[in-house]
Ligand binder design. Structure first.
Ligand SMILES: [Zn+2]
Length: 115
């Protein structure tokens, strides 16, 4: 389960970023995350391990919200923008495998609320 190490490194990054704030942050209230369907991160697994990773850190008790982004590719052959079912990334329209991934690859923090 790589979600745990992912959660740990995310919290480390957040804690590091918060050190540069002018007023000291004692607690992260809420974290908004984006999960692409192709990011390899399982939302449920991440939610499950997060409290373990957050224990004793500024992120302890933080509420998580997720924005799930579905995979979207642009076909180099026919130009269609379609949403194939991951793990397939070929064009739904013509079946070409020459596609550019437009979205759905990322796992990132959109914003957070602190107190
Ligand atoms: Zn196509």
């Amino acid at each position: 389960m790589h979600e745990l190490s992912l959660a740990e490194s995310m919290i480390e990054q957040l804690a590091e970023a918060l050190k540069s704030e002018s007023s000291p942050v004692t607690r992260i209230e809420k974290i908004d995350l984006e999960i692409g369907s192709m990011s390899g991160v399982e939302k449920d697994a991440f939610e499950f391990v997060f409290p373990f990773a957050a224990e004793g850190t500024v992120a302890e008790g933080a509420q998580l919200t997720f924005r799930e982004v579905e995979l979207q590719v642009k076909c180099m052959d026919c130009g269609s923008v379609t949403s194939p079912e991951y793990p397939f990334v070929s064009c739904v329209s013509c079946g070409s495998s020459k596609t550019d991934i437009l979205q759905g690859k990322d796992f990132k923090i959109l914003q957070m609320e602190v107190s």
